[in-house]
Design a protein around this ligand. Structure first.
Ligand SMILES: [Zn+2]
Length: 312
C-alpha cells in the first residue's frame, strides 16, 4: 500500500473547514431536515435523505486548481474564500421486503453540520428499526460515522451490513499504526470502531456481487482502497457513485483532477473517468453523495469533458 498518500485531513484542516462554515452565506447554512426527494428506478423506490452537509477546504476539494479556477469554482459551489459546502445525500431504497440504506452518514463523529440522518429519516416517515440492509460504500467518517448512535448502540439495530472485502481488509489492519501514514490513524480508528460494531452481521462483498436482485457492486477503488459504487437495474440503468465522483461540478468538468481525500489518486482518477464516460455514453442515472441535494441526474458530454445535469 505504498501508493497510499498521506493527504488525509489533518485535524487542523478539518477545524479550518468548520471555522470557515461561519463565514458561509446564510443560504448555505439552512437546515435540510424537510427535504426528501423520491423517485423510481426500475423496481427500486428511492428516497434521498440528507445527513446534513460538510464544509471542506478548497485545498481538499480542488488541490490542483489554479487561482482563477479555484475562485470561479468556489463561487459556483456557493463557497467562501477558501472552502465550500458539500452535501451528504443518502439513498434509502425500498425493494421487495427490503429497506436499504447506503452509508450511515457522519453521526456525531465528524462535523457538527452533518449527522442528521436518523432525525431526517424519521421526518420522512422512515423508521430506522425497519431498515433491513446497510451498505457501506467505504469507511470514511462521513460515510460510516453514523453506524453507532450517541448512545453507543447501532442506529440501524435490525439491519444486515455489507462492505467491500478490500475495504474491510484495509481498515481493520491491526498494524495500522505502522502500515499507514500518521494522518490516516484517526480515520483507521474510526473505521475500526464502525466496522467492528457490525462484525457479527456483516457480509463482505466483491465487485460483481449482488446485494439484492438488480443491485450490483461496482469496483470504484481509489478514493479508498476498497471503495465501491452500486449499480441498479431498471430503465437505462443507474449508479450510486458515492465518492468515486465527489463533486457535481469538478468531477465532471475536471474528472482528471485529484481530490484531496482520494487515497490512491491515479486509480481514483482512472475509475472516475471511466464511470463518468460510461454514464454519458449509456445515459445512466447517477446519484452522488456530496452533490447539491438531491444529487440525482445525468452526465453529458461538454466540450472536451463532461457536465452534470441535475434531474431535480
Ligand atoms: Zn465522502
Amino acid at each position: 500500500m505504498s501508493d497510499i498518500i498521506s493527504t488525509g485531513p489533518s485535524r487542523r484542516q478539518l477545524l479550518a473547514g468548520t471555522a470557515a462554515f461561519a463565514t458561509l452565506p446564510a443560504w448555505a447554512q439552512y437546515a435540510l431536515a424537510q427535504q426528501a426527494y423520491r423517485f423510481k428506478q426500475g423496481e427500486f423506490d428511492i428516497t434521498v435523505v440528507s445527513d446534513g452537509y460538510l464544509t471542506l477546504p478548497a485545498d481538499i476539494i480542488m488541490p490542483t486548481a489554479n487561482a482563477q479556477e479555484r475562485a470561479e469554482l468556489l463561487k459556483r459551489l456557493g463557497g467562501a474564500a477558501d472552502s465550500a459546502p458539500m452535501r451528504t445525500n443518502i439513498p434509502v431504497i425500498r425493494v421487495g421486503s427490503d429497506l436499504i440504506v447506503v452509508d450511515t452518514g457522519s453521526g456525531d463523529k465528524f462535523q457538527a453540520t452533518a449527522g442528521n440522518l436518523v432525525e431526517n429519516l424519521k421526518a420522512a416517515g422512515i423508521d430506522p428499526a425497519a431498515v433491513t440492509k446497510v451498505v457501506f460504500t467505504h469507511a470514511h467518517p462521513d460515510h460510516s460515522g453514523g453506524t453507532l448512535g450517541k448512545d453507543g448502540k447501532l442506529a440501524f439495530p435490525n439491519a444486515a451490513y455489507y462492505v467491500g472485502a478490500a475495504e474491510w481488509q484495509f481498515w481493520t489492519n491491526p498494524d495500522y499504526r505502522t502500515a499507514m501514514p500518521e494522518p490516516l490513524h484517526e480515520f483507521a480508528r474510526g473505521a475500526q470502531r464502525d466496522l467492528f460494531a457490525v462484525k457479527d452481521r456483516v457480509t463482505l462483498v466483491k465487485p460483481g456481487d449482488e446485494i439484492v436482485s438488480g443491485m450490483r457492486v461496482l469496483d470504484t477503488a481509489g478514493h479508498t482502497p476498497g471503495h465501491i459504487s452500486l449499480e441498479l437495474a431498471g430503465g437505462s440503468g443507474m449508479i450510486i457513485t458515492a465518492d468515486a465522483a465527489t463533486n457535481h461540478l469538478i468531477s465532471f468538468e475536471h474528472p482528471d483532477w485529484r481530490f484531496g481525500f482520494d487515497m490512491q489518486s491515479d486509480l481514483a482518477i482512472a475509475n472516475r473517468k471511466k464511470l463518468v464516460d460510461r454514464a454519458a455514453s449509456e445515459r445512466l442515472r447517477l446519484l452522488g453523495y456530496h452533490w447539491t441535494y438531491p444529487g440525482v441526474g445525468f452526465a453529458e458530454r461538454s466540450g472536451s469533458g463532461f457536465r452534470f445535469v441535475a434531474e431535480a
